[in-house]
Design a protein around this ligand. Structure first.
Ligand code: CMC
Length: 426
């Protein structure tokens, strides 16, 4: 096993230590390079590990994803989202008593203060739920700021529980606002996913009408989204958190980063794309557009920075998708036919095979959420709901040992010094 790599700069050779991973690639520690007068250059962080972590491991070539060592397939089959939240926050599966207490702690924190709920009055009915969710989560910082010590593990755990508890309530409120309906209170008798669905589609004081199959499928979607190591939104949470910012503000930054169609916004973009294609006869045209380098169009829900063989979350999601389609009796839905034709062509065409572009989780979650009757603008808010424990676990992990403010350098290519030209001489 190598323990150093050598780099020669202007004839001077330096040994750089190699840090050993427990699984996956080892990492060359380049921190001393600054003293040699050079930076490393890695836009998009293709080859850069920005931190160490013990939470989630991905082997993109083998299609492996584990949370604290537990394979995603086992968690999706046997666990429930709140147990996975506990695992991500505490690094161990809970005992029955610990899980019971954790669930009750979350349920107690789900209601939102009526005065705070007025934050939604500032939005128009056409506001996108992600915009409202991002603002509402940032707004929580106004309730939890004074006296919050981010270096106190108990305070971090309290922030984590508040965020995991409040995000379904705030996401459901965003939805109710977007349809011009009154809010539905959380029901302490309901499970996490069922409570969310009931707050979206139920009525305060009326028994939940949520189908157990759909609640179970949604809980599984949350598990599959719960963490994904240093993705764009988690890295954003770490970067914002590295300034010692309020955790609710740091998480709001993560929600903003998630919104883009290259990341969490892809699930909504998949449905928009399927609607735009509209008919089986146009699938070939859109596949050609995706292959055309002059055309910015991409097949949404295909490809991944890390997974170059298959996305293990997509495999679980595909099976769950079939169950939901059968439960809802919508296997014949025209858009779903477009989706499966697209998937078939993309799996067979050399362009996609050569570039290792496979359907990712967003492809199947978009279709599943459509079949569940969830409105398209809510899809990315659901991703945020699922990802919350991962974001907060990474934020807390960073703060639990010495860290530095995140501050990348640059390769400057702009003009060197030039003198200001007065307006009348330009
Ligand atoms: N459709 C058509 N071509 C694609 C696609 C696509 N969806 N994705 C990548 N390519 C091509 C890309 O043009 C490039 O071709 P070439 O080598 O000829 O220049 C090659 O494949 C490599 O792509 P890349 O852009 O270098 O890959 P990346 O790792 O920088 O980007 C990605 C990964 C996920 C942003 C990208 O595949 C994409 O935009 N996919 C569609 C959006 C999507 O589904 N995002 C959700 C990802 S999963 C949820 C999550 O974890 O956030």
């Amino acid at each position: 096993m190598k323990h150093t790599v050598q780099i020669t700069i202007d004839g001077k050779t330096t040994d750089l230590p190699v840090l050993e991973a427990t699984a996956g690639l080892d990492v060359v520690d380049v921190r001393s390079l600054i003293s040699q007068g050079v930076y490393t250059y890695d836009p998009g962080f293709l080859s850069t590990a920005a931190c160490d972590s013990t939470i989630t491991y991905i082997d993109g070539d083998a299609g492996i994803l584990t949370y604290c060592g537990y394979p995603i397939e086992q968690l999706a089959d046997h666990s429930e989202h709140l147990e996975v939240c506990y695992l991500l926050l505490h690094s161990e599966l809970p005992t029955a008593a610990q899980l019971h207490q954790f669930k009750s702690d979350i349920t107690d924190r789900m209601p939102v203060d009526p005065q705070f709920a007025q934050i939604f009055n500032g939005f128009t009915q056409t506001s996108h739920p992600m915009s409202m969710l991002c603002a509402a989560v940032a707004g929580l910082a106004s309730l939890f700021h004074e006296g919050l010590d981010i270096y106190n593990p108990d305070h971090r755990l309290e922030s984590a529980m508040q965020l995991i508890a409040k995000i379904p309530t705030l996401a459901a409120m965003s939805y109710r606002k977007s349809i011009g309906a009154t809010f539905v209170d959380p029901d302490p008798a309901l499970g996490y996913a069922e409570n969310f669905l009931n707050m979206c589609f139920g009525e305060t004081g009326r028994a939940s009408q949520v189908s157990p199959t759909l609640a179970h499928a949604l809980d599984k979607i949350f598990i599959l989204h719960a963490d994904h190591e240093q993705n764009a939104s988690t890295s954003t949470v770490r970067l914002a958190g590295s300034t010692e910012a309020n955790p609710y503000a740091a998480i709001a930054a993560g929600i903003a980063a998630l919104w883009g169609p290259s990341h969490g916004g892809a699930n909504e973009a998949v449905l928009d794309m399927l609607n735009e294609i509209g008919d089986l006869s146009r699938v070939g045209e859109y596949v050609d557009k995706a292959k055309d380098k002059e055309d910015p169009f991409k097949l949404m829900g295909f490809g991944h920075r890390v997974y170059k063989n298959f996305d293990p979350r997509a495999t679980v999601m595909q099976a769950s998708c079939q169950a939901v389609l059968a439960e809802q009796g919508v296997e014949e839905e025209p858009l779903l036919k477009v989706a499966s034709a697209l998937e078939k062509i993309a799996r067979e065409e050399a362009y996609f095979i050569d570039r290792k572009l496979y359907p990712n989780i967003d492809f199947y979650s978009g279709i599943t959420l459509k079949a569940m009757g969830i409105p398209t603008p809510m899809y990315t808010a659901l991703f945020a709901l699922g990802r919350m424990p991962g974001w907060i676990a990474h934020w807390s992990e960073m703060l639990s040992s010495p860290f530095k403010i995140g501050r990348p350098r640059q390769l400057y290519l702009g003009p060197v010094k030039r003198d200001y030209v007065p307006m009348d001489q330009r």
